[in-house]
Design a binder for this molecule. Structure first.
Ligand code: C2O
Ligand code: CU
Ligand code: CU
Length: 473
């Protein structure tokens, strides 16, 4: 096949601005906004009873067409990337039987789930190739945009990168009764970055500088498609946006400078909507936003931009605003969403401190908590069941680290000594500790005893031991 270069396109008169992407090297070429957005299918339970919905998922390799003219081998839940969406209702139990049909060990974690420890995907609770494990999710927690993903010791970065991640949307009657956009107007978007080799295969490494910076892909995919477009009506939509990337931070903004109305943060709805012109989303963070396309003229193509990107990584996807709509928009953004009861600082009985360090380890530079790489046999904190604690994370490194704590949701008390902005006043399971900065969070250890991990969600940091564990007893 003859190679077509940028000049040939110019000669043909079809090179228009940023409409074509030329990744570095002789890689597959895909025009931006040339493919429609797709949606991971909602998984149906294999059976249900009075209390529980039962699901079966098979982790398997499959090939998918992502890059023009090439096929890409992915690892997917049910062989699809991103994985199927699970919809759950508060206080209704979900049991997922995960069968590992891959050739490597896996472990599955429900991110943001308030889950008993034996179902939490502890990194060494392996599902060996050919075997299965039943994960029990009580869903006795505040509704939120959760996601499930691989959590295998030392290999989370590779496994998630290969495709092992999917949405888990938890709702309740209060949220369902809010007049927010729903049905086809409530859209989950997972943003991920990937690099493809010339043959279409996924390129990944976690050595050298990647160990420090984390792996950053050259192309931005939304719901598994590189820079897709989606036709929208002139009305409000709700988008549950997940940064499912290993290490890349995004700063999302609309190309017409219109603001997003944020209604939720990672671990649940905010108490009231907040208008934001751009939103920084760290790995594993979720944001729940309303975009009102009624403010835009029909025929407009709006771009969801990434202000932290350059070239191909600066455009996430495109909204094609149609001149007509199916039906009147009856949705509203209520002034009160779900009141967030702030945990009083005085209710905390214990304060713990963790420093984020850059440490010279056996294989080179790594990051750690308190200068100690993760050890399965060391417990880094011992909270008592039903106690409230304040955890202080103080960074001695030059990078921003998204810190994630399993088991419970937290509230941010302050960032570098100042109270957080309104959009960071809600429930959080992942929060950014800024370079050389300090964040204090408060949380209550309810319901479950046992061992849980906390870690940086830059997956290459997690895999190289920027992880600790706590034992609730
Ligand atoms: Cu989203 Cu411990 O992970
Ligand atoms: Cu988690
Ligand atoms: Cu980190």
């Amino acid at each position: 096949m003859s190679k077509i270069n940028r000049r040939d396109f110019a000669k043909l008169g079809i090179l228009s601005g940023a409409a074509l992407i030329f990744p570095r090297g002789a890689r597959g070429q895909t025009a931006a906004f040339s493919r429609s957005l797709s949606f991971p299918p909602v998984l149906s339970p294999t059976s249900t009873d009075a209390t529980t919905d039962y699901y079966n998922i098979s982790m398997a390799a499959a090939s998918k067409q992502i890059v023009s003219g090439r096929s890409t081998t992915i690892w997917g839940y049910n062989g699809i990337f991103p994985g199927p969406t699970i919809k759950a209702k508060r206080n209704r139990r979900v049991v997922v039987r995960q069968t590992n049909n891959l050739s490597v060990n896996t472990s599955v974690h429900l991110h943001g789930g308030h889950t008993p420890p034996n179902s939490d995907g502890y990194p060494t609770d392996y599902i060996a190739p050919g075997s299965f494990r039943d994960y029990v999710y009580p869903n006795d927690q505040l509704p939120a945009t959760l996601w499930y993903h691989d959590h295998t010791m030392d290999f989370t970065g590779r496994n998630v990168y290969n495709g092992l991640a999917g949405f888990y949307l938890l709702t309740d009657d209060l949220e369902d009764a809010l007049p927010l956009p729903r049905g086809r107007y409530e859209i989950p978007l997972v943003i991920q970055d990937r690099t493809f080799n010339a043959d279409g295969s996924l390129s990944y490494n976690n050595s050298g500088m990647t160990r420090i910076n984390g792996f950053q892909g050259e192309q931005i995919l939304t719901n598994g498609t590189i820079q897709p477009y989606h036709f929208v009506e002139r009305r409000k939509y709700r988008f549950r946006i997940l940064n499912g990337s290993n290490a890349r931070f995004y700063e999302l903004a609309l190309s017409n400078s219109q603001a997003f109305i944020q209604i939720g943060s990672g671990a649940g709805l905010l108490s009231a909507p907040v208008s934001r012109s751009s939103i920084v989303l760290a790995p594993a963070e979720r944001v729940d936003v309303i975009i009102d396309f009624a403010q835009v003229a029909g025929g407009t193509n709006l771009v969801l931009r990434n202000l932290r990107g350059t070239g191909a990584t600066s455009d996430v996807m495109q909204f094609r605003v149609m001149a007509w709509h199916y039906a009147k928009d009856n949705s509203r953004i209520p002034n009160v969403l779900r009141p967030v009861d702030r945990i009083p600082e005085s209710s905390a009985t214990v304060t713990r401190s963790f420093t984020l360090n850059q440490t010279m380890g056996m294989g080179g530079m790594t990051f750690t908590f308190n200068n100690q790489p993760f050890s399965q046999i060391r417990i880094d904190a011992n909270p008592q069941l039903n106690s409230t604690e304040i955890w202080t994370f103080r960074s001695a490194t030059q990078m921003d680290h998204p810190i994630h704590i399993h088991d419970i949701s937290w509230q941010i008390l302050d960032i570098n000594g100042s109270p957080p902005p309104a959009w960071n006043m809600g429930w959080k399971d992942t929060f950014v500790v800024p370079a050389l900065g300090t964040v204090r969070v408060i949380g209550k250890f309810t319901d479950h005893t046992g061992d849980y991990v906390f870690h940086c969600h830059i997956l290459e940091h997690e895999d190289f031991a920027m992880m600790g564990q706590f034992r609730v007893s």
